[in-house]
Design a protein around this ligand. Sequence first.
Ligand code: NAI
Length: 286
Amino acid sequence: MKQFRDRVAVVTGGASGIGFATAERLAAEGMKIVIADIEPGALEAAVKKLESGGAAVLGVRTDVSKAEEVERLAQKTLERFGGVHVVFNNAGVAVTGEAWENSLADWEWVLGVNLWGVIHGIRTFVPILLRQNEPAHVVSTASMAGLTSNPGMAVYNVTKHSVVTLSETLHHDLALRGSPVKASVLCPGFINTRIMDSARNRQSDAKHDPPTPEASALGASIELALREGISQGYAPSQVAEKVFEAIRDEKFYVFAAQPEILDAVKLRLDEVGGQKNPVTPTVLIE
Ligand code: NAI
């Protein structure tokens, strides 16, 4: 996609972190922006900030895990701006814990946002983009955790691996049609955002599942390591720049990751290709 001015971008999880930085970057190209987010205060502040920079902005409170809310988001976007050209399926949440100890509620919450959110985004928006038959782009946020299998993060890893394969398949499906609609997958490493405070948006039904005693010890150490990596991570604006360039240059894989994390991906692919047993990683990857 080469023309950005006056085109329309929908950004889920756009009220903070990577989503907000990307909304700002696309607004700087003259795009009209729709921010979808579950957190009302942050959503309002994000809309105000973009508007104060001169952008045309619509904020739509959306829980991406619910199909009907994503459908409503599309409807509101078309009502307000008459079309859509960039869809950034980016909203995401994280939990930690050993594979057997996460509660059913943990699995349902994280799969709901990270995987079903992207599925709803694709099922709802891609048919609209295909009908428009103009250059358009779908970017979905996975993670380097979608290309590796870090310990203590089974739930998150499952969702991010799923987003990688969903995006790769979408890319092939669109390519076989010769469509002007393109796809990318974003795989960040450590980025300095509030992802480790995801529970701020968790519905109260599931927030207080009691962890097992072992879970608290291991969960705490993993959580600590992740928080440290993220606090020293790249700025969201660096990721936003890569997302913009990927849309402009039609690049599928969008990596914004520290060198040691990229090495871990190469190691895993080598293990898979050579049918070697996986070496347990010592570097945590978000
Ligand atoms: P963040 O916490 O700053 O932003 C996530 C946004 O998603 C927030 O604005 C939040 O309100 C929103 N959100 C949460 N649940 C939602 C729901 N059900 N419906 C709609 N919006 C919802 O975190 P960050 O890092 O900007 O996260 C963006 C994406 O980047 C996520 O998919 C995350 O998994 C991914 N990621 C982040 C990395 C990092 O190091 N920060 C690394 C790899 C991937």
